[in-house]
Design a protein around this ligand. Structure first.
Ligand SMILES: NC(=O)c1ccc[n+]([C@@H]2O[C@H](COP(=O)([O-])OP(=O)(O)OC[C@H]3O[C@@H](n4cnc5c(N)ncnc54)[C@H](OP(=O)(O)O)[C@@H]3O)[C@@H](O)[C@H]2O)c1
Length: 296
């Protein structure tokens, strides 16, 4: 199988590179090799490589910066997925794409979101990601959209690395304790994606696109459980045990002003993923433990 991967230097993209190359002849691209803000480049690249599977791990993920760069965020998150989807459909290929818990509003909420719940993004990033999801759905391509949340890993820009860096130099860390969600290790996402592709390749009598068409749609894909950013920081400090330990102070969102609003609650139910593919990612604290023990 010929596979085209975008965003190979990202958290999920980096993990996917190894996994996908075991499954087929994989062309992994970075922003300099395939700029998702350039529609012609997307079309030419897909037509050149003629992939049977496109995995789009590239995205504009700077949530705060997106508020002042809405056009570029929209080009990458909102428009590019639709072009990838159209090209994939024309070529008879399958598209796997990643979306976010930030498509939900999270206002006055206390129970995990289902894929059927209505979306209500409160930021430019969330709005542009939702636009991308809708464009893929509209295209009619056989697709899987995995909505995930609070991604971290040993590489890249993420909350885990920020806390470990700050822990070394500060006596006190003030972290928001009234946003509830689920930290998700990028490796768990990539491994689950690989398992699902393997399963679909083996399943059914039809071709791979036909098999995927039967299960096309949005799936939540996060680690299990829930916490706040403060709870996440507490676990990081407890497990990594930096010396000296900074004092961790919980603060409300209103005391940590940021350009973009974020949902107060964005826990996602993974029941559909489990029911369809029999796959469940580890609990978030267990995954964090694995991540901190891993070399990379
Ligand atoms: N990070 C999170 O907490 C989070 C939460 C929920 C969902 N998601 C979604 O999960 C997916 C994977 O996220 P991630 O955390 O792995 O993201 P990431 O680490 O920020 O990686 C995104 C990758 O996309 C690339 N990219 C940005 N603009 C591009 C462009 N114009 N053309 C081509 N590539 C471009 C980046 O390239 P450069 O390295 O050159 O910048 C980067 O390598 C994304 O769809 C994201 O929206 C993320």
């Amino acid at each position: 199988m010929r596979i085209l991967l975008t965003g190979k230097n990202g958290q999920v993209g980096g993990e996917l590179q190894h996994i996908l190359s075991e499954l087929g002849e994989t062309t992994a691209t970075s922003r300099s090799e395939l700029d998702l803000s350039d529609p012609d480049q997307i079309r030419n690249t897909v037509r050149h490589f003629r992939p049977e599977l496109i995995v789009n791990a590239g995205a504009y993920t700077a949530v705060d910066k997106a508020e002042s760069e809405p056009e570029i965020a929209r080009a990458v998150n909102g428009i590019a997925p639709g072009i990838l989807a159209e090209e994939a459909r024309t070529a008879g290929a399958v598209l796997i794409h990643y979306s976010t818990d930030y498509v939900y509003g999270g206002e006055a909420r206390a129970k995990p979101y289902l894929e059927t719940d209505s979306t209500d993004p409160v930021s430019v990033y969330g709005k542009t990601k939702l636009e991308g999801d809708l464009a893929i759905e509209k295209s009619g391509v056989p697709h899987l959209i995995f909505r995930t949340s609070w991604i971290y890993g040993r590489e890249g820009k993420n909350f885990l690395r920020t806390i470990l860096r700050l822990a070394g130099g500060q006596e006190e860390l003030r972290v928001v304790d009234d946003q509830i969600g689920t930290p998700t290790w990028c490796r768990s996402i990539a491994e689950s994606t690989g398992q699902i592709v393997v399963q679909l390749l083996k399943r059914g009598d039809g071709s791979f696109p036909e098999t995927v068409a039967e299960v096309s749609g949005v799936y939540h894909m996060t680690c299990g459980g829930r916490t706040s950013w403060h709870g996440f920081a507490r676990s990081i400090l407890g497990l990594a045990d930096p010396k000296p330990q900074p004092q961790l102070v919980g603060i409300p969102t209103k005391d940590y002003p940021a350009p973009a609003d974020r949902p107060a609650y964005s826990v996602l139910s993974n029941a559909k993923l489990k029911a369809t593919f029999g796959i469940a990612l580890p609990d978030w604290e267990e995954a964090l433990r694995y991540c901190l023990r891993s070399d990379v």
